[in-house]
Write a protein of this length. Structure first.
Length: 119
């Protein structure tokens, strides 16, 4: 599937989703990318847990009021209801897999207007 600019401003490509693929999985999987200097907008999945697996690059992941440095190999659990956004602070693309359980649904996501951390 081709990549598109998601509601949170990441460049997103769906890898597996049980609503769109012939799989019976309790999660969805997407590949996300932020170019150097880009940030996603704050967003929250109210009913779904998410796992970020950082594949390359470096940056900061903001979860509610706490921030975490992330680099290739970082794995972070984002509990349902957590306000989250990601900033690429390196010189290369920040790439990650996003696993959402249960599978991602647009109606469950709330996206903020900018990267100030609020919704």
């Amino acid at each position: 599937m081709p990549a598109w600019r998601a509601g949170d401003d990441t460049l997103l490509r769906e890898v597996l989703h049980p609503d769109n693929d012939p799989v019976h999985l309790p999660f969805s999987l997407a590949h996300a990318l932020l170019k150097p200097g880009e940030s996603s907008r704050p967003h929250r999945l109210s009913e779904r847990d998410e796992i970020y697996i950082i594949l390359g690059g470096e940056g900061t992941l903001y979860l509610d009021e706490v921030n975490y440095p992330v680099v290739a190999g970082s794995v972070v659990l984002i509990p349902a209801g957590t306000v989250q956004w990601l900033a690429n602070e390196g010189d290369t693309d920040l790439e990650l897999y996003c696993i959402v359980q249960p599978p991602w649904k647009k109606e469950d996501e709330e996206v903020g207007p900018d990267n100030t951390g609020g919704l």
